[in-house]
Design a protein around this ligand. Structure first.
Ligand code: 5AD
Ligand code: SF4
Length: 485
């Protein structure tokens, strides 16, 4: 385990070990000595900055990457005017890629002013060959490129870069062993993401994730529980279990375990207060899982259940493997057993071939499912996915009109649904100072809604009862008992 490895005893002149994670600790130490030397020469500390694009998985990866950089000796900075800048990219939609290219231009200019600056790119976008070619030809100032399967090698690749001073590209086409047990720097001391599985086998026809994140691999329950116990001992109250389709968790393990069983085990961990998970797939959300949630004290009162479309015809084209009726039936089974559950969703507008009738079906499900909130996306054509080849792409103006109509329906419903807790007391995990209003803090209810209320900063990291005075759309304003007296 990391804390048991003494970096000072590493002989960096010896051959690097072949086994992991010892090999990476060797390179962390080697880089650490290089950073110390550079700091002495420059007479100032070296800083680092990570920009995360995309999902919770990337956010968790960035914590691991920051852990490595800090161990190497970099001090985190607030802006990309730093000595090591890393973009952890997303490619799920085209505009995520465009944002990265836009920001890269700015980085190039900063690097001209700071010759010590190292620029690295990692994440899903780097698994696309076209992207890497473009960076090789048009963004030569990028120093290190690594993919989604080998982020744990950051220190090794940084060392290679310093040895060669040439652009280092190391992208694996498929997953090797899962290397955990490296340093990690959590954004919040009291909550953490925990990867329970990697990859996706579903191949929804619009989605690039299976191509850039590979096939499903589950970590064993022992490893996961061990990590959570360590996190709890380190002050964590809430974990978010992460996987592209958590319902498939454990199916390919030597000793198969269901996701529901994993949750039962995790529930037993003393000191852990809240369990969240992201993301289940409606096609195989089991009654066992609903029962475990209904009887749990710790699993949060929230299910994110991506719909994508309400049309059975389109769902078939999307390869989602459920119908409108199946989805609505699932929603009623969930609501029957967990009456107060908050449901949220993802919806894509303008999937190829979407007709007015298909879109009406989506509106119909939105009205019936009564989501607390929904993430809505305009369909983005991803090269290499089956849907990208369709000749039935929907014209932009129609897509935008539908998008606005959908948003209006969602807002109307979710404002109505969200205010059901008004004038009640709910438990809130306080996360941070309210960025916009001095004297207030911001926390989260178990259903994931934000609450702002007056409290001292010392409340951060605690779960406290808060009286919810007023719902303002997607968040609440509240008061604590102290301020009520
Ligand atoms: N276009 C638009 N949205 C997409 N998503 C995935 N792929 C695409 C795409 N090509 C959305 C889905 C998924 C969420 C993470 O991103 O709604 O649930
Ligand atoms: Fe993409 Fe579908 Fe896998 Fe989700 S389940 S990551 S939408 S392929």
């Amino acid at each position: 385990m990391y804390s048991e490895i003494d970096l000072n005893k590493t002989d960096i002149n010896a051959e690097p070990p072949m086994e992991e994670p010892a090999r990476q600790y060797f390179f962390i130490e080697k880089c650490r000595q290089s950073v110390m030397k550079m700091q002495e020469d420059l007479g100032r500390p070296l800083t680092c900055f990570i920009q995360t694009f995309g999902c919770q998985m990337n956010a968790r990866d960035s914590e691991k990457l920051l852990g490595i950089l800090q161990k190497i000796g970099y001090i985190p900075a607030d802006s990309q005017d730093a000595d090591f800048v890393l973009y952890n990219t997303c490619t799920v939609r085209e505009n995520a890629n465009l944002r990265v290219y836009g920001r890269l231009g700015e980085l190039g200019r900063l690097k001209q002013k700071n010759p010590h600056m190292v620029i690295a790119l990692c994440g899903c976008m780097m698994q696309e060959q076209e992207v890497v070619k473009k960076i090789q030809s048009s963004y030569r100032f990028v120093d290190i490129i690594l993919g989604t399967f080998n982020i744990f090698m950051l220190a090794e690749l940084l060392d290679t870069y310093w040895q060669t001073k040439d652009q280092v590209i190391n992208i694996w086409r498929e997953s090797g062993d899962i290397v955990e047990d490296l340093p990690s720097q959590r954004k919040y001391p009291f909550k953490s993401g925990v990867n329970i599985m990697y990859g996706c086998n579903n191949f929804c026809s619009y989605c690039i994730v299976p191509y850039v994140r590979g096939r499903e691999r589950s970590r064993t329950p022992d490893e996961i529980e061990c990590e959570i116990r360590r996190l709890v001992a380190d002050g964590v109250l809430e974990v978010m279990l992460l996987g592209q389709n958590v319902n498939s968790y454990g199916k390919n393990l030597e000793n198969p375990v269901s996701f529901a069983q994993l949750l039962r085990n995790i529930e037993q961990i003393d000191g852990l207060e809240r369990i969240r998970f992201m993301t289940p797939h409606p096609k195989d959300l089991s009654d066992e899982l609903i029962d475990v949630m209904a009887s749990s004290e710790k699993i949060c009162n929230h299910i994110h259940l991506p719909l994508q479309s309400g049309s059975s015809r389109l769902l078939k084209c999307m390869n989602r493997k459920y119908t409108k009726e199946h989805y609505l039936d699932l929603v009623s089974r969930i609501r029957e057993k967990i009456p107060d559950v908050s449901l949220t969703t993802d919806i894509i507008v303008g999937f190829p071939g979407e007709s007015e009738e298909d879109f009406e079906d989506t509106l119909d499900v939105v009205r019936k499912a009564k989501y607390d909130s929904a993430y809505t996306f305009i369909y983005s054509r991803r090269t290499g996915t089956p849907a990208a080849a369709s000749t039935e792409q929907v014209p932009d103006d129609i897509v935008h009109q539908r998008f606005d109509r959908l948003l209006a329906v969602i807002n109307e419903i979710s404002h109505e649904v969200s205010r059901r807790y008004e004038k009640t007391v709910q438990k809130v995990l306080v996360e941070c100072k309210d960025e916009h209003s001095p004297g207030l803090v911001t926390g989260r209810m178990t259903n994931n809604m934000l609450v702002h209320f007056p409290a001292d900063e010392s409340a951060i990291g605690q779960i406290i009862p808060v009286y919810l005075e007023e719902c303002r759309g997607f968040y609440y304003m509240g008061r604590t008992k102290l301020s009520l007296n």
